[in-house]
Ligand binder design. Structure first.
Ligand code: ZN
Length: 415
């Protein structure tokens, strides 16, 4: 049994030092892909890996690996990691906790002189957040083969600079891009520690979550066209108001998610633009997004179909026209039962209370799971806050999660 403790100091310092690379100090943490602060944070992590005696590898999209070599380096390795990029004005734990935990777990295993057959790699996945290029999980997506060399030219940031241009400018070897993709059995297993980003653990008073599945998001962009007219002189019966039609859909999303047969269905309309957006004009056009998630694809499918068929009813009832694009309709990812029962046993042996749960948020593990067995360990988020400057997780909870992570990695590395 592995009893070595994680160092609270290392975890605290790692997260706080990483947080110095921040372009909005005093207003939360902002570290956007391949900006100066993000590049500095990458150097910080690589230096830390070297200081911990790891070999550093980096692939053609900037995924960073810290290699702790096992006794049999030919065996498929174990991975653990997360991301260091953020949304704008975020917190310092989302992603970073998982990277620092992986580095600390490797240090514990190395310093305790624990033997392991398989190599253990800590990983920093490039750009989990879609902040710069509008597409999430760039690094893990490429590892899964779902982002290819030819796509790089099409993916542009707000300044119309393509991912291809940025990577080339930074000296990444795009001729080696085809080497990024992993196949089944290239990686034996992967375990990511992450903050929960919800309040389930806090409400249950449990320090650890073991993730059974990561919900797959579906994103739909809807445009409704009505007739823009004077708010004073157009009688109610003849109005074709795009916003009241949109409102019906917003409520429909909520009702369908609440009434679905799965307790994990969530539906959100979080973005809306109203034209002309004037107090004295009947809205002639509304554009909004629908975010629908579930850990059960069949249920999500059902909800989506019901939602789309309601569009037709609303169209004929209100004389508006509704156009929509399903931007993505992703499968949920199920975590590996074998890894999860192993993590469960570790918790039981250490008398740590845990909760088996669903991740409503997506993570790099959703793509890693396409080529390797995965699991995730959650630690509590205070008040459930995330993507927020007030995001907080107690360092003691990260320490506990790191100890469970270290033991999980060591067990897997000896299988
Ligand atoms: Zn994250």
């Amino acid at each position: 049994m592995f009893t070595m403790n994680a160092s609270l100091e290392n975890i605290k310092n790692g997260i706080n030092e990483l947080d110095q690379f921040n372009s909005t100090k005093g207003q939360g943490t902002t570290r956007i892909l391949f900006t100066d602060v993000e590049l500095e944070a990458r150097e910080y992590i690589k230096d830390k890996m070297k200081m911990n005696g790891l070999t550093v590898e980096e692939d053609a999209i900037g995924n960073i690996f810290g290699v702790l070599e096992g006794q049999d380096p030919k065996l498929p390795p174990i991975w653990s990691g997360s991301h260091i990029d953020t949304v704008k004005h975020a917190g310092k734990f989302d992603g970073m906790a998982g990277v620092i935990a992986a580095l600390e777990a490797q240090r514990m295993i190395k310093e305790a002189g624990m033997k392991h057959k398989r190599t253990i790699k800590s990983v920093v996945f490039t750009s989990e957040e879609p902040t710069r290029f509008g597409l999430c999980c760039l690094g893990s997506r490429a590892l899964a083969g779902e982002l290819q060399r030819k796509d790089l030219r099409e993916i542009c940031d707000e300044d119309e600079e393509s991912l291809e241009q940025v990577l080339e400018r930074l000296g990444y070897d795009l001729n080696a891009f085809h080497l990024i993709k992993k196949s089944n059995h290239d990686v034996y297993a992967s375990v990511e520690l992450h903050i929960e980003q919800g309040a389930v653990l806090e409400q249950l008073g449990k320090p650890i979550g073991i993730v059974d599945a990561i919900a797959g998001p579906s994103n739909i962009t809807v445009t409704i066209e009505g007739v823009q007219e004077h708010a004073g002189s157009t009688p109610m019966p003849i109005r074709v108001d795009a916003l009241t039609a949109a409102s019906e859909i917003v409520l429909k999303v909520e009702a369908l998610a609440k009434g679905s047969s799965s307790e994990h269905t969530v539906g959100t309309v979080g973005f809306m633009e109203v034209y002309p957006n004037a107090s004295n004009a009947i809205p002639g056009k509304v554009t909004f997004t629908i975010d629908l998630r579930d850990s059960d694809m069949a249920v999500k499918e059902e909800v989506l179909q019901e939602l789309l068929s309601s569009f037709k009813e609303i169209e004929s009832k209100r004389q508006v026209s509704i156009h929509y694009v399903v931007d993505n309709h992703d499968q949920p990812m199920h975590c590996d039962n074998h890894i999860n029962s192993m993590i469960e046993k570790i918790c039981l042996r250490k008398s740590i209370d845990y909760n088996r749960m669903i991740s409503g948020a997506y993570h790099d593990s959703i793509f890693v799971g396409k080529f390797a067995p995965i699991s995730m360990i959650f630690v509590p988020s205070q008040g459930g806050l995330s993507h927020n400057p007030n995001e907080w997780t107690d360092f003691e909870d990260i320490k506990l999660g790191t100890e469970i992570l270290a033991e999980s990695l060591l067990t897997l590395a000896n299988e």
